[in-house]
Ligand binder design. Structure first.
Ligand code: ADP
Ligand code: ASP
Ligand code: MG
Length: 404
């Protein structure tokens, strides 16, 4: 018997009607002769609401308790989904992350999966049950509840698909697949039939939240081919798989945007060996996650070092860097928010020239100023005014002819 892992996101299980829709789809898959493992997210809005409640109860909630709280969202959905399937006269059983065998490290709120032995789940499948697994959660070896980072149900699905050696892994969501850009930002965005793991990974980690980036990393590592598709229709979705030769013919596969970016500049840093190392050792020691780094040309023996980061990281900057800035004799620490990141991604960039120039020209025509630039083999990203992100995404999308 073939085995399918299906994952349904928050909107797809957002109310009882939608849960019943999922139940019907799952039953249809079983009736086609497949063993079915279903991973579900919390109902839409539930996780955000739990986070809000936590903040109302404490200015600084312990991460252990956050995980106990957040895991309840998915636990609600597994029970409701199992009930809806049972009501259709089929056999379904709900399993928490721990019951499904997901063991993680102890890094609360962004735990990594360290082991996955789905013994109980396989037994239930053999007994003819449809297994409904809570996404986003696991358990440490010493039985503490953990969660896998926002969007982590994608990771649960991919990891389970690898562990049970599923024949098919389907990620059902509220759009028809992976588009050339978020269709809510660029109305002319086109659905892609296929995309490589590397491109999907770059898109996810530069703001295309359609897949959690860690789940794509996992899929690439373990060779889990998956399909992103809609839970509201039967249209074929986007296949995410290893790169093929023909994929290089397309220069830019997609455009991503990310809001809430901030820029930190250490002004007038003495230009001598070891100074950048001191700054970024302090950044690392304070657990500040940064993105782009730029060091300017030296004038009069000093230089400016800037880096970007998510706005949420800013509270750690003053305490983490204030001391070292004084110690190295830099002039000041400047913090600016209100930025966004716009990226273009495509494996074809490796073999085509003039890609960055075309992007910058499109932005210039749109009257959009570039604050910082970074490039990698298959990505060019710029920092711009956050208010200009939507305009920027649309002009760049158009310039590369990605639209319908
Ligand atoms: P789920 O709850 O099913 O996990 P998400 O909200 O996490 O769904 O992801 C789906 C959303 O991702 C879409 O509604 C869409 O607005 C957004 N999105 C961002 N970038 C893209 C893209 N390139 N292609 C498709 N959707 C995208
Ligand atoms: N419920 C979690 C979140 O909102 C996990 C997920 O939906 O994938 O981030
Ligand atoms: Mg998601």
């Amino acid at each position: 018997m073939s085995l399918i892992v299906q994952k349904y996101g928050g909107t797809s299980v957002g109310n009882p009607e939608r849960i019943k829709n999922v139940a019907r789809r799952v039953v249809a898959a079983q009736e086609q002769g497949h063993g079915v493992v279903v991973v579900v997210s919390a109902m839409s809005g539930v996780t955000d609401n739990l986070i809000r409640l936590a903040r109302e109860c404490s200015p600084n909630p312990e991460e252990r308790e956050m995980d106990v709280l957040l895991a309840t969202g998915e636990q609600t959905t597994i029970a409701l989904t199992a009930m809806a399937i049972n009501a259709l006269g089929k056999k379904a059983i709900s399993l928490t992350g721990a019951q499904a065998g997901i063991v993680t490290d102890g890094v609360h709120t962004k735990a990594k999966i360290s082991d996955l032995t789905p013994k109980q789940l396989k037994q239930h499948l053999d007994d003819g049950y449809i297994c409904i697994v809570a996404g986003f959660q696991g358990e440490t070896k010493d039985k503490r509840i953990t969660t896998l980072g926002r969007g982590g149900s994608d990771l649960t699905a991919i990891a389970l698909a690898a562990a049970v050696k599923a024949d098919l892994c389907q990620i059902f969501t509220d759009v028809d697949g992976v588009y050339t850009c978020d269709p809510r930002v660029v109305p002319t965005a086109k659905k892609l039939d296929e995309i490589s793991f590397d491109e999907m990974l770059e898109m996810a980690s530069s703001g295309s939240k359609v897949m959690q980036s860690r789940s794509v990393e996992f899929a690439k590592k373990f060779g889990v081919v998956f399909e992103v598709r809609s839970s509201f229709n039967d249209n074929p979705g986007t296949i995410v798989k290893e790169e093929t030769k023909s994929m290089e013919a397309v220069v830019v596969r997609g455009v991503s945007i990310e809001k809430n970016q901030a820029k930190v500049t250490v002004r007038a840093v003495p230009d001598r060996p070891g100074v950048a190392a001191r700054v970024f050792t302090a950044v690392a020691a304070a657990n500040i996650v940064i993105d782009m780094i730029v060091q300017n040309v030296s004038h009069d023996g000093t230089t400016d070092i800037s880096f970007t980061l998510n706005k949420d990281e800013l509270p750690k900057v003053e305490t983490g860097l204030g001391k070292v800035v004084k110690e190295i004799g830099a002039r000041s620490l400047e913090i600016e928010s209100g930025y966004g990141k716009l990226s273009i991604i495509g494996v074809g960039m490796r073999s085509h020239s003039g890609v960055a120039a075309k992007m910058f020209e499109a932005l210039s025509k749109g009257g959009i100023n570039i604050v910082m630039i970074s490039t990698s083999e298959i990505k060019t990203a710029v920092i711009i005014d956050e208010a200009k992100l939507t305009d920027g995404a649309n002009v760049v999308h158009e310039a590369f002819g990605l639209g319908k």
